[in-house]
Design a protein around this ligand. Sequence first.
Ligand SMILES: [Mg+2]
Length: 427
Amino acid sequence: MSNLRIRDVRTIFTEPDNIRLVIVKIETNEPEIYGVGCATFTQRPTAVFAAVEDYLKPFLIGKDPADIEDIWQSSYVSSYWRNGPVLNNALSGIDQALWDIKGKLAGMPVYDLLGGKARSSAAVYVHANGSEYQEVEDDVRMYMEEGFHHIRVQVVTPGYVTYGNKGSSGESISSKYGPRLGTDRIFEPLSDTLHAHPGGIFEPGPYMKSALGLFEYIRSKVGWDIEILHDVHERIPPIQGIGFAKEVEQYKLYFLEDLFSPEDNDYFRMVRHQTSTPIAMGELYNNPHEVIPMVKDRLIDFLRIHISQIGGITPARKLAALCEAFNVRTAWHGPGDTSPVGHAANLMLDLNTINFGIQEYAIFGDNSKEVFPGCPEVKDGYMWPNGSPGLGIDINEALAAKFPFKDRAYGGAWDTVRRADGSVVKP
Ligand SMILES: [Mg+2]
C-alpha cells in the first residue's frame, strides 16, 4: 500500500475551439503527481460538473489512486442507480485521470500498462462534406493529398438538413412532388447567440437518394483506392435502412455508421442476413449490456463506443477484449466533442488492441493544441503516440481559462430535427 492519496478532484471547463469540453484533474498529496481525464458531455456539461464536484470528489478524497479497479467499481455503485451518460462521463474523467497517474508513476505510457503496443500508430478517418457532390470531392482530394486514406463522406440533401453538414434547413423545401412543409416548428436561430447545431427538416427518401448519388459520384471520380465511410446517424426508419444498406454494398464502404438507433438494435440481425455492408455501431451505448448481444451474435463489424460515455478506459478495455474474442474491430468515437485528452485515451487503446479497426479523428484546432500540450499528432493518416508516461497529454489551465464557455441558446442543446410534418427525428 503506497502513501499516495487523492488530495483533490477538480473539474475544468474550457472551450478553445467553440466546443464545450470538460476535463477532470485529480491531484495527489505529491504535488507533481496528478492526472487528467475527459468527462466531456458537451450538451450537459454542468450536470457532469455537479456529479464530479458534489458526489465523486467527496467519495474519493483520501483514497489510493493506484486502486483504479476498486475506485471504478465502488464509484459506479455509489449512486445505486447507474449507467447514465452524466454519471458515466463523470466517472470517465476520474478513471482516465487515474490511468494517467498510474502511467506517470510507472514511467510508462498507458498502452504499455495495458500490455504494450500491437501496432506503431493508429489509422484515422476524417470527414469530407459539402453542399454538393463536387465540394465533397474537393474535400476528399484535399485529405488524400494530406495522406489520409480513410475518409467519411457526407453531403447536403438539397432542401433538408443532413447530418454532418452545416447550413441547410427545411425552409427551402421546394420539390414539386416531394414532401411539402407541414409544420411551423422550424428552428429559428436567435440572433447574437451561439448554437450547438442548426435545426431543420429531414426526410429519409431524399436523404438516401442524395447519399447513394454521392457514393456513385465519389467512386466514379476518385476511384476505388481509398476507403470511404458514411454516417446515417440513426435517422431513417429500419426497413428503409435495410434497403439502404443493401444498395450501399456495391460501393464497398469501409463501414456504414449508425444505421439504426440503439433502440432498434435487433434490426441489425436482418441487415446481417441480407448484405455484407460492414456495420459500425455504438457511440450512443451507455451500458456494456447493450454491446454484448451485438458482439456475441456478430451483428456489427466495428464497435464505436464513446469511451467517456461508458465510464472510461476501465470498461472500454474489457469491451475491446470481448470484441477480440469475436473478431469485431474497434472504432472508438472521436468527434470534436471528445476532448484532446479523450483522443489520447482512445489512442492508448488503439495501440494496444489487436482487433483495432480505425480511429475517428476530428482535426484539432490551433487553440486546442495549445491548451492541451501533448495533443496526439497525426501525419499521413495515422495518429502517433508521443511516448510520454500516462496519457501523454496535459492541460494548460491558465490558457484554458482564457476560453470560458460562451453563452448558448437553449443551454447548448443538440437541436431538434423534424420530419416535414413536424414530428421529431432522432438526432
Ligand atoms: Mg457517428
